[in-house]
Design a protein around this ligand. Structure first.
Ligand code: SF4
Ligand code: SF4
Length: 108
């Protein structure tokens, strides 16, 4: 029977099944990733955000949830301008972090 709508596939993430081994290795070389408080200042200052949804905050949360492919796609739109580094209240060198994420998730 056609009800005129379809149920969307669930986007729920079972955190018990997420493999964080690569994320933990990344955190060893970029310990500041654990200092993020998800305030969103980086996203608000990012010139790419309004066009591509680029956001360091989203990238960090995505990696913690095992969404590496989505994160890699988003990071490819970063222009490495460094504006996000200047506004981070936790003093995270987000530009350097982005480069490390790209390196880590490319190698494996
Ligand atoms: S500005 Fe810094 S602390 Fe805030 S969400 Fe971005 S990376 Fe995290
Ligand atoms: S370095 Fe990348 S994420 Fe940061 S503000 Fe510039 S374009 Fe946005």
């Amino acid at each position: 029977m056609d009800f005129g709508f379809k149920i969307s596939p669930s986007s729920a993430v079972n955190l018990d099944n997420v493999d964080l081994s690569l994320y933990d290795r990344l955190a060893e070389v970029e310990p500041d990733i654990r200092k993020c408080i998800a305030c969103g200042s980086c996203s608000a200052s990012c010139p790419a955000n309004r066009f591509s949804g680029m956001s360091v905050r989203k990238a960090i949360l995505g990696l913690q949830r095992g969404k590496e492919k989505e994160v890699a796609k988003m990071l490819s739109t970063c222009m490495l301008c460094g504006k996000c580094s200047m506004v981070c209240p936790r003093g995270i060198n987000t530009r350097h972090l982005i480069l490390s994420i790209c390196k880590f998730y490319k190698e494996d």
